[in-house]
Design a binder for this molecule. Sequence first.
Ligand SMILES: Nc1ncnc2c1ncn2[C@@H]1O[C@H](COP(=O)(O)OP(=O)(O)OP(=O)(O)O)[C@@H](O)[C@H]1O
Length: 624
Amino acid sequence: MRLMRSGSFSSLDVVPDSNDVVSAHNPDSTSSNGKTYRFDKLFLQRFHRLLRLLFRSTPGTPFYTMSKEARQSSVFWLYIIFLGLACGTEWLVYYVGLIPSRFYTLLSAKDQGGFLAFMIPCLLLIFGVAAGKALVVYTGGLLALKIRRLLTNHLHNRYIQPKIMYTLVLAHSHVDNPDQRIAQDIDKFAETVRLILEKLIISPFLVVLYTWQCWSVAGFLGPSLIYLYFLLGSLLSRRFIQPIVSAVFYKELQEGNFRFLHVRLRQFAESIAFAKGEYEENTRAKASLNTLLGYQRSIVNKQLSLQLANQTFSYFGSILSYLIVAIPVFAGVFDDKDPGELSGIISKNSFVSMYLIFLFSTIIDQSDKISVLAGYVARIGELLEAIDEIDNDLDSVRMESIDQEQDPVDWIVFEKVSLLSPRGKHIVTDLSLEIKDGQHIVLMGPNGSGKSSLLRALAGLWSCSNGRIQVPKLKYGKDLIFLPQMPYLVQGSLRDQLAYPSLSTTAGMTDQDVRLLLQQVRLSHLENMIDSFDTAYGSEWDKLLSPGEQQRLVFARLFYWKPRFAVLDESTSAMDSDTESYLYQTAKDMNITLISVSHHPNVVQYHHRKLVLDGEGHFIVDYL
Ligand SMILES: Nc1ncnc2c1ncn2[C@@H]1O[C@H](COP(=O)(O)OP(=O)(O)OP(=O)(O)O)[C@@H](O)[C@H]1O
């Protein structure tokens, strides 16, 4: 992985580089990071964790103990309805299965009255089964939706959190594509669970029912033969499942990389066009597609042997059912029956044993889906574990800072701060500095000297290796606002842009406020370019405004919230110098204390001090 940086901490991106593609290119190798994903204890633990989330059962208590609220907000009731419908339908299926046997007997006895009378229950049963199966599919669909909603909401609540998302995306390189895991893998997990649940959960009950039926006709030997057959089948399919689990995991990783590549092509279409980089990009896209298809092909290959084993198992099973019926027939158990009754009994018995074998083959057939499920469980479980890890680290940092807690400060204080980059480069050593209200300060120094890094530490995104940075208790959430060089425009309306990071619905911003803000950042003409202040423009904002205009638009947030401190990290770099001066002066007039990073000499005059970094850990603080 390599880090792409375009000027400020908010615009850092983790980009899979060509080495990732190459290292993961061999789909038959275990993995690109040395991990293997299997159907094993770890899978069961992770799956159990996801089930707990879905049933909202409290960790540490038995799975089946749930509060009333948990039952209502979890998949519990939907699952019970789904299960009830599936069981009811199977019960009807049993009677439908007995219909041919009854017809054999009635036809052999030439019983016309009985035949006609039997037509009505027969039709009712068939209609019942049809309706039952349709309802099972319908509730299964609802169940998959609820599973997706619960898991995705849970992951959103854990992932889109201060410091968690930043650390996971920028510093946790071993968890690839968290976005894909949330947006796509959970959906596929929900769909696979739905398919498996119906078969696997009801099958054990049906197995008991049909075993009993089979036993009552063929004796002990009948079900025993079928059970032995199942044992052999499951051992065989387990042998073929393992390699597929890993392959599914790495195929999804490549799916994520492939999609990301296209997102970047869209994002940087203009830069690529200027650079005439289409040939290079096309070559990369082809390489990425080849890697992805390599994994997909390896899954298809591995599924061939699994399918071969499963299909043989299923078809051989149908012959086994006649073998089982043959045992009592040849043993003379039914010698006293006339041919009509005997064909009815044979029909019923072969249905019962065939259905028992069918149940077992259905369970074996699920192995294919379980192997796919295990891949998704690994991806979602791994993401949750990475978040846990970051959360635990943050907790220990929080505990440490509570231990060290001293008197609250009234302004920003850097106390003997030493800061290292994640790769160990010295940014500053022993920096002590106070920034009181009105003491505007500008950070200067060559590229890469660590100006943005110091701001990352101020924002609490990076930890100091020594010393500490104290920020006064902020009275209103917006007392300290950061404006990066690359403006972050939300996918919403103009009012949304201005109110960010609050929702425009809660910010109470009037139309008059909007007009005043546009005027203050010299963007009044924007009102004529849009339908209304509340029309959402999605990602169109990037095309609607030039980079300099985008910087002006996010500056308006500063004027709306009027924070005590504003951290401006080259946030006027794309503006003309006249607008830049005007905006700096307006911010100062609003009593906003400025902490700026800029390479523009024009900006320096708006500050009282400058902090100059040399990139080797040394610094100078000078009054201007
Ligand atoms: N996420 C990261 N992981 C590893 N090193 C990083 C990371 N972010 C920044 N660095 C390193 O920290 C150093 C300082 O980077 P920083 O972005 O703070 O420089 P800067 O002074 O703001 O540069 P510029 O003037 O170009 O914006 C650089 O050498 C960079 O390679």
